[in-house]
Design a protein around this ligand. Sequence first.
Ligand code: SAH
Length: 236
Amino acid sequence: MQANVCLVLSFALVLGAGRAGISQNYNELRNAMVDKQLKARGIKSDAVLEAMRKVERHRFVPKNISARAYDDSALPIGEGQTISQPYIVAFMTEVLNVKPTDKVLEIGTGSGYQAAILAELCSEVYTIELEPVLGNRADSLLKRLQYANVFVRIGDGYRGWPEAAPYDAIIVTCSPTHIPKPLEDQLKEGGRMIIPVGETAVQELVLVTKENGRLRRQNRLPVLFVPMRDKRGKRY
Ligand code: SAH
């Protein structure tokens, strides 16, 4: 009996130490990601770097590839979709220049990772996902991680989320061939939108600002995003 208890105890200790070791390892990988992939490539905002150090990216990727969560690449998240490369997440977030009081709209919730990063930096994040499996999974993960300021909706993000508009910032993480008019309309005066626009496989990340009711467009970076689709799978 005594020996059994001992065995169980030491097994539990080994398991515990193993877990601590793994999460320590993830912390190191995440810090290395921030230093080598983000800072070294010119991400400067302390707030963005801090959010990228804090949010545990490995929780947002499928378990069987969590060891690759801090790699310098996009990763599959199921349903033919991807979580963006860490640098692209940081770049888009930095360009949006959000303030703690901002209300942000995201199109393409995917894993929920970008929404979590934004939730660290602003007051409310509204995020829309077309694929119910992904949207529901992200919603429960974000709730489990206690992001009370993120609101997930399953639907077609082309139309935006008019009930909560206007937004200080809009981030689009799937690629349409043109800027959706509803998103334009739901952007606040002085607001910023970052969106990958393009007809081909390679798109241009465009920063859109609304000044005196007019849109100003600046091309920022060539990128590769999954297409923005309607419910039937047709590309916008
Ligand atoms: N921001 C995500 C990456 C998402 S990939 C993350 O951090 O993980 C782009 C997502 O856009 C995919 O999940 C795809 O299903 C979704 N998507 C494509 N068309 C859409 C549409 N019209 N409305 C909402 N989501 C859309």
